[in-house]
Design a protein around this ligand. Sequence first.
Ligand SMILES: *Cc1c(COP(=O)(O)O)cnc(C)c1O
Length: 469
Amino acid sequence: MRYISTRGQAPALNFEDVLLAGLATDGGLYVPENLPRFTQEEIASWAGLPYHELAFRVMRPFVTGSIPDADFKKILEETYGVFSHNAVAPLRQLNGNEWVLELFHGPTLAFKDFALQLLGRLLDYVLEKRGERVVIVGATSGDTGSAAIEGCKHCENVDIFILHPHNRVSEVQRRQMTTLFGENIHNIAIEGNFDDCQEMVKASFADQSFLKGTRLVAVNSINWARIMAQIVYYFHAALQLGGPARSVSFSVPTGNFGDIFAGYLARNMGLPINQLIVATNRNDILHRFMSGNQYVKDTLHATLSPSMDIMVSSNFERLLFDLHGRNGAAIAGLMDTFKQGGGFSVEQERWTEARKLFDSLAVDDAQTCETIAEVFEQTGELLDPHTAIGVKAARECRRSLDIPMVILGTAHPVKFPDAVEKAGVGKALELPAHLSDLFERDERCTVLPNDLKAVQAFVSQHGNRGKPL
Ligand SMILES: *Cc1c(COP(=O)(O)O)cnc(C)c1O
């Protein structure tokens, strides 16, 4: 399988190189040159498979030529073996034909484990073969950091540095990162905000001289391998609900358009999906596009669903590429306009094409809390605020009651106690067994000023299993 850039000017790469790449050299994102397509018979024959075996069948075409089947199977069995629920991604019924797909039974209690547990293992496999080491420098507003560290903590060939804004992540989120020790694990609290952290990561990709030749790898969802891993659970859910004979709809709490883009790909690979709902919080750039064909930057709002607090959706470029007949020059032009401070609209027929599949809703904090309370009262299920946004959007935007509606349950409520408390649900939140002593564990973290040079100096001092690069 070959991968091409959404801006059309970077060389095509194979899977191995795309795994180790950040942005393409032309500033674009990598996508498969040709998407695999499965027949209905083939998909139907996967009903009842254990999660890792289904994952093998769905993802195999993407890694062909880079990872032999037997090795890939072994990696997948290990990856999904660490999840604490036998079904890996169980479905829970909320109402007639309405379901939550629980994606929070991984080590860090958010759906990011599905991709980052795999990414860590794939990196180690590929690096071992090549006899190389890499450095990861990632920024997190909460969930990505712990999932990336958990995914990479056993990697022999990876040193990971995660920047989080000092005193601006929740205590559970911070402890999930800072209580993981290893000579290749480095938590850095930046005296600044999340955007400052992200800017430092971007600047480090642009000028890598501080790494003295060691390769820098991306762990945010611009990395293709993350999107790839997320395609699997759409197949998994649909197969449980009568697919592919019956079509299914999904409502996806989204910020960077990563998770929902995976659903779009599942549909293009042959899975009958009737409707994909983009569920955002007040940071609603995607909703403004889907409802009014305006892709325009707004200011950042802090919400009760912080993992979706973004101003710009990086993966949206991957959808735009398809909507424009995969014309890289057109995308480069749009992104240029956007960068110069403008927003943009796309031609009417391209927007209409998108709207055949996508609907959207922006849900504010008050509605989020109302939905948490309402679902708790109706079912006894306690939702996290991101998932609650998905449920609210599903209920508002649903096209057909006859088609099963699956809401992606992106996090465990214990990660977001503020929202649960504000919702007034009188249920004590309990950490799952493997984290029950989280608040007693020692923490390890370095506080650094909001200064790129200081961060880069720290990385070069510790980037080789704690020793200088
Ligand atoms: C990261 C995250 C999201 C948003 O995912 P995208 O791929 O950026 O759309 C939603 N919910 C939770 C809990 C998350 O951690």
